[in-house]
Design a protein around this ligand. Structure first.
Ligand SMILES: *Cc1c(COP(=O)(O)O)cnc(C)c1O
Length: 396
């Protein structure tokens, strides 16, 4: 991975004529605007002044590298971080301030409780078994241990049912052994603000919360944080929107795009009418064409489903993908570009001002989360525009 020198925000533009260092950037480059992510975090704080805004940095901060993103957000004042697995939390713990709290959303695999407690990481207790193991650890240590507790309000994914919560709360001195510092649930339809499921889930959550009245509540992902103010709770759990991606259909006012993805041109050629392009000759030229081969394919998370349908961009021109996307490369039509305006070594836009993560997700009928988390490790990650420390961080 290459971390580049800071560039001012105004330089966050794809330089379509830039060429690449010969030993790096072989597949292409994922440019990550740290200032934009910081601004998105601060924007959420401003939208929800009464709540704590956590940062969801699971799956390596959605592929952007959590070891870069989490410490940067700590510098903006974030103190609550969510990952999915204990292994992810163990990597981040030493990089964060001592007062930062890391939660493990999936809870712990049996046997890993001592490691988690030793590291000062907090599990989310999702099942009676996970709650029992954490409770037993506290009893054995003769010392209370903190955790978050998740309840299932209708999504049938993770969390205790009402009956299970009643059981757990009935264990001898459970509340004295396990210090529940967050009560959470997850909303199934937050990206559809009008869905009746939202009100249903909030009502059920309120019933659960009545059992633990002094515990802070958390139920909002990015979509809820943006579109369902009544579901904000005490601790927001945004992921996607921090990274500048729209969690719904409507566009996210004032959130800044934070990533750009470029691939390198490896080869240019002219082909005659009738020539096939790519595996299976799924594309046959109907006239003479100029074709560029790009250094990114489905192994880089550049989806094979874009075959004969997707496009890339260069200098404001749309370059349609021809034929099937290969594992490490794909071909695009550059016939409409003036001769000499594009050369091997130039790079083209896969994600950027002309094509957003949401555009790709819509085209492929998937979530923007899947597009983002699939971006391959062969892209060089380049971090630009680091923010200055914010607020209380700047004064200490
Ligand atoms: C992934 C996740 C989030 C963040 O979701 P976004 O849509 O990226 O904001 C929040 N809470 C839980 C429990 C999650 O699994």
């Amino acid at each position: 991975m290459v971390t580049e020198a800071a560039a001012p925000a105004s330089h966050f533009q794809i330089e379509h004529t830039s060429t690449w260092h010969p030993s790096t950037d072989e597949a292409g480059r994922l440019t990550i605007d740290m200032g934009a992510i910081a601004a998105n975090y601060r924007r959420l704080r401003a939208m929800h002044p009464a709540a704590r805004v956590a940062a969801v940095v699971k799956a390596d901060a959605y592929g952007l590298d959590a070891t870069q993103i989490a410490p940067m957000l700590a510098g903006q004042g974030a103190r609550d971080f969510f990952v999915a697995h204990l292994a992810e939390a163990l990597v981040l713990k030493p990089l964060l301030p001592p007062d930062a709290v890391l939660f493990v959303l999936n809870g712990l695999a049996p046997g890993s409780e001592p490691l988690c407690a030793e590291a000062g990481i907090l599990p989310v207790l999702n099942t009676p078994e996970q709650a029992r193991a954490w409770y037993t650890l506290a009893v054995n240590k003769a010392h209370p241990v903190p955790a978050a507790l998740q309840v299932d309000t209708g999504m049938s994914r993770l969390g205790l049912s009402e009956g299970e919560l009643n059981d757990v709360l009935g264990w001898p001195s459970f509340a004295g052994q396990v210090n529940i510092c967050l009560l959470m649930t997850h909303m199934a339809c937050a990206d559809t603000p009008g869905a009746p499921a939202n009100a249903d889930q909030m009502r059920r959550f309120a019933d659960f919360a009545a059992r633990l009245p002094s515990v802070p509540r958390s139920l909002a992902n990015s979509a809820a944080a943006m579109f369902l103010p009544e579901a904000a709770g005490d601790v927001l759990r945004p992921g996607l929107v921090l990274y500048g991606v729209d969690p719904g259909a409507g566009g996210v006012p004032k959130m800044q795009p934070a990533i750009a993805l470029e691939a390198r041109i490896i080869q240019l050629r002219h082909i005659p009418a009738g020539a096939g392009v790519g595996y299976g000759f799924d594309y046959i030229a109907d006239r003479p064409l100029r074709v560029a081969t790009l250094s990114a394919g489905y192994a880089d998370g550049w989806p094979r489903a874009l075959s004969n349908g997707g496009a890339t961009w260069f200098a404001g021109h749309r370059l349609p993908i021809l034929g099937r996307v290969s594992m490490d490369s794909c071909m695009v039509d550059v016939t409409n570009l003036p001769e000499g305006s594009i050369r091997p070594g130039d790079c083209v836009e896969l994600i950027g001002p002309h094509q957003s993560v949401n555009d790709l997700a819509r085209q492929l009928a998937t979530t923007p989360h899947e597009i983002l988390t699939s971006l391959g490790r062969r892209f060089t990650r380049s971090y630009i525009n680091p923010p200055s420390l914010h607020g209380e961080e700047a004064q200490s």
